[in-house]
Design a protein around this ligand. Structure first.
Ligand code: GDP
Length: 478
């Protein structure tokens, strides 16, 4: 929660403190201070080994000693000093590293507060880094995305933003756009003179070149957004084939009600599953079969419509039951969606019957069945092989997406869309430039709007509200 009354933009001249290591117990915990008195406050809490005087130390120093918890107790600690402006926040910073006990760290924070520091708000260290020019808004948001990343893929996407290539590209687009805008504005100012600052041809080619690049980034971000949502695999198959049991076995969660009564699962339930270094969302829905009551038919309709939008189908077949090839009928409406066939309940068969039934299924399977996995959902047999088969189908899609796209937040995509739309309108105006000065003025306005949108994207144009919204999503200490 943001502390009422403290505005990020105004409040950068006091000294803030927070625990910046992960919450809970750890071998080492970190209390971080940033601001003009950071080093002086650290010096009051800390006794360095030997005669070292903390306040007189240059930056980039690690000093061993003891930290005071209260007037009588102290613990071994190290202090890292980073002097302005070569620190994360571009201000004087001190980090006190000591034993990672929440109680100990809370006492160190209290000590710092008594010595004059203010408890930091969520994201305030990174907000200072942004306001101090250490990073642009893109990179600051990437810090939040790195902290929030749930998978290797999300971590790589966040790193891509943090590296700053994209910021540099957008800064360069802004500079080009600013130049064109200045030339148009000069044309307006000197409308009565026979001077042409930019030819209509050069104007159009500059603007459409930029529009194409912005649009390409936007399309990539839109694609990434679709991929940022975890890839989906839908379990389908007759009631009692073992879909819910498989869902629970793969996810480790008891999301679906497993029951021997046919048709228990009537709604779509979902759970994330880990597939090696990637993740997917596994969906389970009502079994597909013909003699269904109205509620069941409704549920089946949902399954069929969901099946059209998922990345992978997982057709579960009870191999302990006599072979029945009509089980494949449910794949008829989705002939191009890849499918992994799961031959379940192998624990109920001897090896010979199991192999025989698996061969029959493999031969009869339609073309979109990419692999057949023999498993027992209840005993856990064959699940690693099944995970590999699912990752083989879904991981590939991840890689493709990752190469081409960059994951942007809704705010960032909104700014890009505004820039792109303003530029399109400017291009439409540019088609008619030269007819009247009014046209040039409208064109200049559209260009300014595109510039503002790009500026907002990287944080060159900001408001307190925007910053508060962005940094409020951070945790305290970051
Ligand atoms: P769903 O209708 O497809 O979701 O099927 P469920 O997961 O509810 O399973 C139906 C019944 O089959 C339950 O009694 C499960 O315990 C049982 N079952 C599921 N998988 C296996 C398995 O691999 N082996 C055995 N022996 N029984 C299973």
């Amino acid at each position: 929660m943001r502390t009422a009354g403290v505005r990020l933009i105004d409040a950068i001249n006091d000294t803030i403190v927070a625990v910046s290591s992960a919450s809970g117990h750890g071998i080492r915990g970190i209390v971080r201070l940033s601001g003009p008195d950071a080093i002086a406050i650290a010096a009051r809490l800390f006794v360095a080994d030997g005669e070292t005087c903390l306040s007189r130390q240059p930056g980039f120093r690690r000093i061993s000693g003891m930290v005071w918890l209260d007037t009588t107790r102290r613990l071994p600690a190290e202090v890292y000093l980073f002097r302005a402006s070569r620190s994360y926040t571009r201000q004087d910073c001190a980090e006190i590293h000591t034993i990672g006990s929440p109680a100990v760290l809370a006492m160190v924070v209290d000590g710092a507060r008594s010595a004059g520091a203010r408890l930091a708000q969520p994201g305030e260290f990174t907000a200072r880094a942004f306001l101090g020019g250490a990073m642009d808004l893109f990179q600051a948001e990437a810090v939040a995305a790195t902290i929030a990343a749930r998978s290797d893929r999300q971590l790589r996407a966040a790193r891509k933003l943090q590296e700053g290539d994209l910021s540099r590209r957008i800064t360069e687009w802004r500079a080009r756009l600013m130049e064109v805008t200045a030339l148009i504005e000069a044309d307006i100012d000197f409308a009565d003179e026979p001077i042409e600052f930019i030819t209509p041809g050069a104007l159009r080619s500059q603007l459409s070149g930029l529009a194409q690049q912005i649009e390409a980034l936007r399309a990539g971000a839109d694609a990434a957004e679709r991929f940022d949502v975890l890839p989906t695999a839908l379990l389908i198959g007759r009631p009692n084939a073992g879909k819910s049991s498989l869902m629970n076995a793969l996810s480790g969660l008891d999301r679906a009600i497993c029951s021997a009564v046919s048709g228990t699962t009537r709604d779509i339930v979902s759970a994330p599953i880990k597939l090696g270094t990637t993740e997917a969302m596994l969906l389970d829905a009502a079994g597909v079969h013909e003699d269904a009551d109205a509620l069941m038919r409704e549920a089946q309709a949902r399954v069929l419509s969901a099946a059209e939008h998922v990345d992978l189908l997982c057709l579960v077949i009870d191999v302990a039951a006599p072979p029945d090839m009509s089980a494949f009928d449910c794949l008829r409406s989705t002939p191009t969606t890849p499918c992994v066939l799961v031959a379940n309940k192998i624990d109920l068969l001897d090896e010979e019957t199991r192999d025989h039934r698996q061969t029959i299924l493999t031969q009869a399977a339609p073309a979109n069945v990419m692999s057949v996995c023999a498993v027992s959902a209840t005993e856990g047999t064959g699940l690693d092989h099944l995970r590999d088969a699912l990752a083989g189908q879904l991981g590939h899609r991840d890689d493709l997406a990752e190469e081409k796209s960059v994951v942007l937040s809704a705010r960032q995509r909104g700014c890009l869309a505004s820039a792109s739309q303003a530029l399109d309108r400017a291009i439409a105006e540019a088609e008619q430039i030269g007819e009247t000065v009014d046209r040039a003025e409208v064109l200049a306005l559209e260009l300014r709007e595109a510039l503002d949108a790009l500026g907002e994207l990287i944080g060159a144009v900001t408001t307190e509200d925007l910053l508060s919204t962005i940094f409020a999503s951070f945790c305290i200490g970051k």
